[in-house]
Design a protein around this ligand. Structure first.
Ligand SMILES: Nc1nc2c(ncn2[C@@H]2O[C@H](COP(=O)(O)OP(=O)(O)O)[C@@H](O)[C@H]2O)c(=O)[nH]1
Ligand SMILES: [Mg+2]
Length: 223
């Protein structure tokens, strides 16, 4: 049987951009219109990439983002980060670039740079919002930082939520599991060959934590 491996993924961004909703949609396929959702920390989701079991451990903030006071332990040993803004709130994208990205880099060692995905949530609100953030300008930002292209999601309509986590899992697989001995991996090299096989939400997890090794990764500077 394939070895199971757990990865810590942190979601960062201003309050109300939809971090908790993204996690709830992905892990439980639920959505709530309520503004003050109870934060859920450490929600687990199992999936399989090329026959390798992975457990994504999703870390939500507990409202401290309002005071911009996340603690070190939130970032410790994170394997990937999802930086979220809301497409209908320009200020949230400004915060992402001027604060959240810097905060992430401050806590994560340079030589160990983890995969970072920039996500514009609430894509369903494009029509009715007055000051939207365009994907083109966000792409300019991610290109400048040599990050993967941004992705727009809607936790409400479930647009691109699965795709977002598949991208994260693909990157984690590529960095940590690809070409590592274990069971049924067939030495595939292209991203297109990565396949997903979802499993229902699980209350807990298991398997060893794989330490980051060749993190060539995003070339993000501290400036
Ligand atoms: N229209 C819309 N509303 C959303 C979406 N995601 C979250 N919300 C709403 O935005 C508010 C804040 O969401 P929440 O997940 O608590 O944001 P957080 O503070 O970043 O965790 C709630 O009222 C959600 O129902 C979305 O994709 N579309
Ligand atoms: Mg929240």
């Amino acid at each position: 049987m394939a070895e199971q491996t757990k990865f810590k993924i942190v979601l960062l961004g201003d309050k109300d951009v939809g971090k908790t909703s993204i996690i709830l949609r992905y892990s439980l396929n639920e959505f709530s219109e309520r503004t003050s959702l109870t934060p859920i920390s450490e929600q687990y989701k199992k999936l399989s990439v090329n026959g390798r079991q992975m457990v994504l451990e999703l870390w939500d903030t507990a409202g401290q983002e309002r005071f911009k006071s996340l603690e070190t332990h939130f970032f410790r040993e994170a394997d990937a980060a999802i930086l979220v803004y809301s497409v209908e709130e320009r200020e949230s994208f400004h915060s992402l670039t001027s604060y959240w990205m810097k905060e992430l880099i401050r806590y994560v060692h340079d030589d160990d740079m983890l995969p970072i995905l920039v996500v514009g949530n609430k894509s369903d609100l494009y029509e009715e919002a007055s000051e939207t953030v365009s994907l083109a300008e966000v792409t300019e930002y991610t290109n400048a930082y040599e990050l993967p292209p941004p992705i727009e999601t809607s936790a409400k309509t479930n647009h691109n939520i699965q795709k977002l986590f598949n991208l994260v899992a693909t990157e984690l697989y590529r960095r940590h599991l690809h070409n590592k001995p274990a069971g049924d991996v067939s030495g595939q090299s292209s991203r297109e060959k990565v396949s997903f096989e979802d499993s229902p939400p699980s209350p807990c997890c298991g398997g060893p934590k794989v330490k980051s090794d060749s993190m060539a990764a995003a070339n993000v500077s501290k400036n």
